[in-house]
Design a protein around this ligand. Structure first.
Ligand code: 5AD
Length: 432
């Protein structure tokens, strides 16, 4: 008879969706989490495949597990997430020390799989279950922020993107299940929730639209703040903008990936909007909600991107004045339409463009942070500050991090804080 597993080590790569899935894995397995894989009975690597760098990270962490298995043959080694979904059996061929490869849609099966594997040594791959949302995430009692998944997969056809093939078609979660999970998190002490989905604002269910969902979630007793990510520009409807304006719990920040400032490239990416359309959408948002913060994603070096195309991207950045940008070098993903395109941008040119873009945005971000000095901000306190334990830390509605001299009792409350200093990635404040 094999003893039941007690300890879990889990390593997570990639986006919020993967963080969320790791919390679900933790809840599903119900094991004690340890910081050192050598102390674990079950080791899970939750992988990402958005760019080839992410792939490499996944593979190297999987490779590192070989020694672990040699020293402790009883440990169960599992690889999940997007790279697992993408490479499947191939991962097992290359890594015979693995016990389990599981996809992005079958976390509910994990407890059964793992207990079987502990009894009967064999190798398992498993990729689909019926109710992909069945397991709710682990949430530490008293943690101020939490995620709720409202959607899995993606129906957009962006030519560079691997997500539709690793997370499947868009599946929207029923409203009542979302609200129930959100309420459970609030009961455990969450005061700010982020609704997550690949294109979260495309969510619809039984005739309800995303703005209806936001309003329903905002009504949850005890919830102070509501965020959502990631938004697809074309689904930024008038109704959604009105809901952001009229629902006080909804934070004034939106992540709205533009990807490029060149219409030629946007069209090759199949993004379904032009730069003029995007700029007008930004105007509509800012007209309705003047203090709305805006962040975006940009890919540089998409096949065929000329110096002029890149220049257009830089102009768009100047014009919009984003609060923050996540920028990436294009990475060809096998099986996506863009991977077939010729006219690759030389790596060196792409790196130079990325550097220039990031430099420009660093200035804009800092300038925007500096403009907050002297302003009294409402900060939802999340806990101790990461780098200075004598300070507490939280975020403004616009998602800016503020560290200030407050007591830990403020955790979970909104404090009025006067901003006294601006840094690149955070603000320093003083209790007002
Ligand atoms: N190469 C580079 N960046 C990519 N992204 C998605 N696919 C790729 C790719 N193949 C970026 C997009 C997206 C973000 C999550 O990752 O900007 O919005």
């Amino acid at each position: 008879m094999v003893e039941e597993a007690k300890f879990l080590y889990i390593e997570t790569y990639g986006c919020q969706m993967n963080d969320y899935d790791s919390s679900r894995i933790r809840a599903a397995l119900n094991l004690e989490v340890v910081d050192d894989p050598r102390d674990a009975d079950v080791v899970i690597i939750n992988t990402c495949s958005i760019r080839d760098k992410a792939d490499h990270k996944a593979f190297s962490s999987v490779g590192r597990l070989k020694r672990l298995k040699r020293n402790n043959p009883l440990v169960i080694l599992g690889v999940g997430g997007c790279a697992a979904q993408l490479y499947g059996e191939k991962l097992l061929e290359r890594n015979p020390h693995l016990d389990l490869v599981f996809g992005t849609r079958n976390i509910p099966m994990l407890p059964k799989l793992i207990s079987e594997l502990r009894r009967e040594r064999r190798v398992e791959t498993s990729f689909d279950v019926e109710d992909i949302f069945e397991v709710e995430p682990y949430h530490e009692q008293g943690r101020v922020t939490g995620y709720v998944s409202v959607q899995q997969g993606c129906n957009k056809k962006c030519t560079y993107c691997i997500v539709p093939s690793v997370r499947g078609e868009e599946v929207n979660r029923p409203t009542d299940k979302i609200i129930r999970e959100a309420s459970n998190l609030v009961n455990k002490g969450a005061r700010e929730l982020t609704l997550i989905g690949q294109t979260v604002n495309s969510w619809k269910y039984n005739g309800e639209r995303f703005s209806d969902l936001l309003r329903r979630a905002a009504e949850i007793e005890g919830l102070l703040r509501l965020r959502f990510t990631t938004s697809y520009p074309r689904d930024l409807t008038k109704k959604l903008i009105e809901t952001i304006r009229n629902t006080k719990e909804v934070c004034h920040h939106i992540h709205l990936p533009v990807q490029s400032g060149s219409d030629r490239i946007l069209s090759a990416m199949a993004r379904t909007y032009t730069t003029v359309w995007y700029l007008e959408a930004v105007d509509r948002l800012r007209d309705a909600v003047p203090d709305m913060a805006l962040s975006t994603d940009i890919i540089v070096g998409f096949p065929g991107e000329t110096a002029e195309d890149f220049d257009d991207t830089m102009k768009l950045i100047e014009q919009v004045q984003f609060d923050g940008i996540f920028s990436f070098k294009y990475s060809a993903r096998h099986g996506t339409p863009a991977a077939e395109l010729r006219n690759a941008v030389p790596d060196e040119a792409a790196s130079t463009r990325l550097r220039e873009l990031q430099e420009l945005q660093r200035e804009i971000t800092l300038k925007k942070n500096q403009a907050r000095v002297g302003v009294v901000e409402e900060v939802l306190v999340e806990g101790e500050s990461k780098n200075s334990p004598e300070l507490v830390s939280g975020r403004t509605s616009q998602n800016r991090i503020v560290n200030f001299n407050g007591k830990l009792e403020l955790k979970g409350e909104i404090a009025k804080v006067k901003i006294v200093k601006a840094f690149q990635n955070s603000l320093r404040g003083q209790l007002n």
